[in-house]
Design a protein around this ligand. Structure first.
Ligand code: ADP
Length: 530
């Protein structure tokens, strides 16, 4: 009996010695860790910190013990940290928080603080074991990346805007010249080049602007009930010339079902156009392009396939990324910015749809499949549906107007004036806000085409002044500007503008605006013919 008790005590002592030995090993190991480590009692009282803690905070064991560690925490965050820690202690759930800690040098660094409960065989918590890892470098790198990305987005928006300004007068001048009768064929040919290339440039600039809007979350969709089959037909119609030039055969399978969706028709047509243009571009001469649409439950599936160069499997995902190209543009003849597909993805997803690429690999062609949610029943009858291909310009009747053009970019102003004069309007030109106001009162225009950003008196101020003085609907004030976001449109609306056109101006749109009746305005005298 006595022997038995002695044996038990010896056994226990041996067990305790082994535990103490283990703990010493553990502390030695934990002291060598580059991270801060700590241990707490089941009630949350921290009773041990490793060497790194003391080195970093300068707090001794006695100073930090229990709840003393709060001294090196941000006082504003302490209540949250304590509440979070108490919650883990009460529930046994792991603890995790990002906390700033003050170092001996007085600087704060970010730590990812984590703790787990160590339990005995009965599942009772015997200790908490915590580690604080310094994530300052990672946090700073993430911040730097985020900032760089934001700067890139801002740069893109500014770049697109700045490119639009010189493009405006070029497009105006080209438009003016194309309207001139009796040009020698060589001039007509040169003009056709300027016209085509400047249109192309304008499209690239628009794409850049759109993509920067998507990345900044600033796109507002103009949704209406539209037929997706109509959108697809419009896109097909627009690439007819390119398809013919490339010698491709086109196989089209469109259903009788119009596939009505609530969508921004312009953007959807643009998506289909981008996919069709890619199919044409990446298929050697004489290929086959397939276009099909079908109804799935609640969704439309549109597929655009080609027999072209195909896409290696490792690129199928990343081609939708911004500026991503399988072969860099400089190494191939077709050019492009690598933003077409990211626009498609952005717009399709904004509509609640998805886009996927499939290809059996290099040389085996590609298929792009777009799915878009459909309307169960269109709210409008088909006759009321928005037609994406309208020919307003052909219908627009010319009403000679007194027009004042105000733009500090002289080329833009002069080319616009020449264009308007050629169309039979009476036009005056001003190059700053002050002169614009003076001419507005002297010339009494029915329509004012007003640039926004001008030195001195801005276009906004001119519009406010005109509205304030005349208290009538005339003149009609139209903003002509590189800034085309919804927020810019709101600003011009608030300043009293009637319409907002973005540079380079779409001349069909301008013709329509000029042909509309201006309330309270005397019609201009018919242009004098010589
Ligand atoms: P871009 O055409 O201006 O390069 P996109 O974003 O439209 O930009 O396309 C990104 C890349 O995806 C292209 O550069 C090309 O490598 C690949 N790609 C897109 N469409 C096709 C296609 N139909 N066949 C083969 N490759 C394609």
């Amino acid at each position: 009996m006595v022997f038995g008790v002695l044996a038990d005590i010896t056994e226990r002592k041996r067990g305790e010695a082994a535990a103490a030995e283990m703990e010493r090993h553990f502390h030695t190991l934990a002291d060598e860790l580059p991270e801060i480590a700590w241990m707490a009692r089941p009630d949350g009282w921290i009773y041990w910190f490793n060497r790194r803690w003391h080195e970093y905070t300068g707090l001794s064991q006695a100073e930090a013990e229990g709840w003393g560690w709060r001294k090196v925490n941000d006082p504003d965050l302490v209540p949250t940290i304590v509440a979070r820690w108490r919650h883990s202690v009460a529930t046994g759930e792991p603890y995790e928080m990002v906390v700033p800690l003050k170092g001996t040098d007085g600087r704060w660094r970010q730590f990812l603080s984590r703790a787990v409960a160590l339990r005995n065989n009965d599942g009772q918590i015997i200790h908490w074991f915590g580690v604080n890892a310094d994530i300052t470098a990672q946090t700073e790198a993430e911040e730097t990346l985020k900032l760089a990305d934001q700067r890139k987005d801002e740069f893109l928006a500014t770049l697109a805007h700045e490119l639009r300004n010189p493009l405006a007068p070029i497009r105006n001048a080209a438009e003016l010249l194309t309207r001139m009768p009796g040009l020698p064929p060589s001039v007509e040919r040169a003009l056709a080049i300027v016209d085509r290339q400047s249109r192309h440039l304008a499209r690239l600039v628009d794409d850049l602007l759109e993509v920067s809007r998507i990345t900044q979350g600033k796109v507002s969709l103009r949704k209406k009930d539209v037929s997706l089959v109509d959108c697809l037909s419009d896109a097909l119609h627009a690439v007819e010339g390119a398809l013919k030039a490339a010698g491709h055969e086109v196989l089209v399978h469109l259903p009788d079902d119009p596939l009505y969706a609530s969508a921004d028709a312009t953007r959807i047509v643009q998506c289909f156009l981008n996919l069709l243009n890619n199919a044409i571009k990446f298929t050697p001469h004489g290929g086959v392009i397939g276009v099909s649409a079908e109804r799935l439950p609640g969704m439309a599936k549109i597929a655009i396939s080609d027999s072209g160069i195909g896409i290696p499997p490792e690129h199928l995902q990343d081609i939708f990324g911004l500026f991503s190209q399988v072969t860099p543009a400089l190494e191939r003849s077709q050019g492009g910015l690598g933003i077409g597909l990211s626009l498609v993805k952005g717009f399709v997803e904004l509509h609640g749809g998805s886009v996927e690429a499939a290809s059996a690999g290099a040389g085996s062609g590609s298929t792009f499949t777009v799915t878009l949610p459909l309307l169960e029943r269109p709210a409008l009858s088909p006759a009321d549906m928005t037609h994406t291909s309208h020919n307003a310009s052909r219908e627009a009747r010319l009403h000679p107007r007194r027009v004042l053009v105000v733009d500090d970019n002289r080329d833009a102003a002069t080319s616009m004036v020449a264009l308007l004069q050629a169309a039979g309007h009476q036009v005056r030109e001003a190059h700053d806000g002050q002169e614009g106001l003076r001419l507005a009162f002297e010339f009494e225009p029915e329509v004012v085409l007003l640039d926004l950003g001008m030195p001195g008196i801005s276009g906004f101020d001119v519009a406010r002044e005109l509205r304030g003085r005349t208290a009538q609907a005339a003149p009609r004030i139209i903003a002509v500007t590189g800034w085309g976001q919804e927020s810019d449109r709101r600003l011009t609306r608030e300043a009293g503008f009637d319409f907002h056109l973005t540079k380079p101006v779409n001349h069909t749109e301008l013709d329509v605006l000029l042909s509309m009746d201006v309330p309270n305005a005397e019609p201009a005298a018919p242009p004098v013919r010589h």
